[in-house]
Design a protein around this ligand. Structure first.
Ligand code: MRU
Length: 352
C-alpha cells in the first residue's frame, strides 16, 4: 500500500503529490506550520488524508509545546488547531479531525501535560488505522454495485493517495477487481490540478488495473459511445440531504451520467458526512489561485490579465446520486432519511 502519510519520530512524512507521477519523493514536515503548508499547497490532499494529516499536525505541534501546565498547553493547542483549520475550507474531514483531537485533549483519561501529549499522538495514529479499515469496508459494500465488466469513470483522485491507503472510490474499484470483476477505469484528467491523470492513473497502473486517461471534456462522448457502465467518485463533504461537494467537474459528470442512464455513485467515509450542514448550498467552496488555470506545467496558457474563476469544488445535487457508499453501509434516496439512519448505526458494517 502507498504510504501517503505517516507519523515518524522526526515528524509527519508525506509522499509529495505535487511531484507525481514524474518523481516519487517524500517530505517530512517537522513542525505543525510545515504540515499546514503541506495541506494548503496540496502536497497532501484528498479529504480523508487531509483529516488525518491535520490530526498528525496537531499532535506534532502539541508535542513540541514548551507548556508546563495544562492551561498553557490548551492555549498552544488552540493556536495550532486554528492554523491547521485555516488551510482548506471544503473537506469537512479537516474539521472532524480537529474536533476529535479537541475531545482527546479534554478526555478525563489524559490529566497532565505528558499524558495529553501521548494521547494526542495515539489518537492521530488511531485515525490513520480507522481510515484504512473504513476504506476496505466501503470497498466491500461498493464492489457489489460495480458492473461485472465494463468501463467505470472516476473523477479526481479518491484513491490511496487521497486517504491513508486503499481509497474510497478507487477502493470500491479495487475491491470489485479483487472479486473478479473485469473493470476498465476511465480517469478524468481533472483540470486544473490534474489529480486524475497524475495520481489516479499512477496508482491504478501500479496495481495493474486497466486505465484510460481522458480529458474532462471527453466524458460525455465516452458515455454516448457506451464505454461507461458506471461512475464512482469520492466526496469532500456530504450534506445531510445527500448533496455532495467534490472536485470541480463532478457535477458535470453526474448530470451526464443521468442523461445517459448510467449509475453515479459516491464513496466516502462517515467522517465526510456533515449532518450539521442541511444542504449543499451551505458548503463553503474553496477558491484557489488563478495561476492554476492560467498556467500549465509552469507555462502560461492564457493571456496576461484575463479574468479567471477557480473554484476547487462543486456541489452535485442529491437527485443525481444513485447511492452513497460508506463504511456503515449504502445510503439511497431519500437521503435525509437514509443518512439519518446510518448516523445512528454502528460505526462499521460488515457487508453480508
Ligand atoms: O483538491 P483535492 O485534490 O484535495 O480534492 C480531492 C477530491 O475532490 C476528492 O475526490 C475527495 O477529497 C475525496 S478523496 C477520497
Amino acid at each position: 500500500m502507498i504510504k501517503t502519510l505517516e507519523w515518524t519520530n522526526s515528524g509527519v512524512r508525506f509522499i509529495d503529490q505535487t511531484k507525481l507521477p514524474m518523481e516519487e519523493v517524500y517530505v517530512t514536515c517537522r513542525t505543525y506550520q510545515e504540515v499546514a503548508t503541506a495541506i494548503r499547497d496540496m502536497i497532501v490532499r484528498g479529504a480523508p488524508a487531509i483529516g488525518v494529516a491535520a490530526a498528525m499536525g496537531i499532535a506534532l505541534g502539541v508535542q513540541q509545546s514548551a507548556a508546563k501546565d495544562v492551561a498553557s498547553l490548551r492555549l498552544d493547542f488552540e493556536q495550532i488547531a486554528k492554523t491547521i483549520g485555516e488551510t482548506r475550507p471544503t473537506a469537512v474531514n479537516l474539521f472532524w479531525a480537529i474536533e476529535r483531537m479537541k475531545k482527546t485533549f479534554a478526555s478525563p483519561r489524559a490529566q497532565n501535560v505528558p499524558e495529553i501529549k501521548a494521547a494526542l499522538v495515539r489518537e492521530a495514529q488511531q485515525m490513520y488505522v480507522e481510515d484504512i479499515a473504513a476504506n476496505q469496508a466501503m470497498g466491500q459494500h461498493g464492489a457489489t454495485l460495480m458492473p461485472a465488466s465494463g468501463g467505470v469513470l472516476t473523477h479526481c483522485n479518491a484513491g490511496g493517495l487521497a486517504t491513508c491507503g486503499y481509497g474510497t472510490a478507487l477502493g470500491v474499484i479495487r475491491a470489485a477487481v479483487a472479486s473478479g470483476k473485469k473493470i476498465h477505469v476511465y480517469a478524468d484528467e481533472t483540470r486544473p490540478f490534474l489529480q486524475g491523470s497524475r495520481l489516479t492513473a499512477w496508482e491504478l497502473m501500479k496495481d495493474g488495473i486497466p486505465t484510460t486517461v481522458i480529458a474532462d471534456n471527453m466524458a460525455g462522448a465516452m458515455m454516448k459511445q457506451g464505454k461507461i457502465a458506471a461512475a464512482v467518485v469520492g466526496a469532500d463533504r456530504i450534506a445531510a440531504n445527500g448533496d455532495v461537494a467534490n472536485k470541480i467537474g463532478t457535477y458535470t459528470v453526474a448530470v451526464l451520467a443521468k442523461e445517459h442512464g448510467i449509475p453515479f455513485y459516491v464513496a466516502a467515509p462517515w467522517s465526510t458526512v456533515d449532518m450539521n450542514t442541511p444542504d449543499g448550498d451551505q458548503i463553503p467552496i474553496e477558491q484557489r489561485s488563478a495561476k492554476e488555470v492560467t498556467h500549465h506545467a509552469g507555462k502560461q496558457v492564457a493571456p496576461d490579465g484575463v479574468l479567471v474563476e477557480n473554484p476547487a469544488f462543486d456541489v452535485t445535487p442529491n437527485k443525481y446520486v444513485t447511492a452513497i457508499i460508506t463504511e456503515r453501509g449504502i445510503a439511497r434516496a431519500p437521503y435525509d432519511a437514509s443518512l439519518r439512519e446510518l448516523a445512528s448505526s454502528s460505526s462499521m458494517a460488515v457487508p453480508a
